[in-house]
Design a binder for this molecule. Sequence first.
Ligand code: SF4
Length: 276
Amino acid sequence: MIGITDNLLGSVVGVYLARAKDEEILKRKVASGGAVTAMLIYALEKGLIDGVVTAKRVRGFEGQAIVARTREEILEAAGNKWSIVPFAARVKAKIEEEDLKKVAVVCLPCQAQFFGQMREFPILETDFGERIRYIIGLFCTGTFAFEALLNYLRIKYNIKAEDIKNITLKEGFLEIQHDDSFLQLPLKEVYSYLQTGCLVCTDYTGMWSDISAGFIEKEKGWTVLITRNIRGEELVKGAEREGYLEVRDGSHVMGDILRAAREKLARAQKNMMSLL
Ligand code: SF4
């Protein structure tokens, strides 16, 4: 247990590298390590939750909010999304409709703040904070203004939205698979298509989460997990104990995470200055 607090990272109880033990999860196209998928399946199968609210990529950059209630539905939703999915209203309707009492929410840092505040400081009689059992926040450097970026890809590279099969973040570029070809777009080229709000966002890891998850280049095949509280710790440890997760110490990657968090803060400060 590390027990440090850093303004850039929020509360940190433990930092781990984890990966799914289940071969099927590893074989699927999941984010590096598949640890989030494995933890969610563990929580569902052990009755800790009765559904997972997450975004599923349906086409190109486009995501759709879904509630996954089975192992297969969780697997189908795994992987990176490149557009922000406004799912608060949909989540509320869905969990009420299906009368879900305990859900895990997988979301971006800005959404984690919304859900975290709703859980800690309920302000509306109609909110659903008491039903949120776990908030899993994904490391985030920004999401794209998706229509504008798709237009750019169509005009400059003749790539149609419906032909995009996969998008992967590599070091310094986005790799876009369309049909059977790959386009490597330098991040600098697509930077101007980030959502305006992302340009002034300061939270890289999702400080309001119970567990933050992401990956770093030098530990390919592993998911970085930052636990924020006892609830997050118990989820990781439980999934490890029950054979869903392989876990090792990740304190040596804190420097890389802090570097990325500082870069995001510097970007926000620079952009805020230009707004003043
Ligand atoms: S950069 Fe910030 S505002 Fe943009 S999607 Fe990520 S967490 Fe949300």
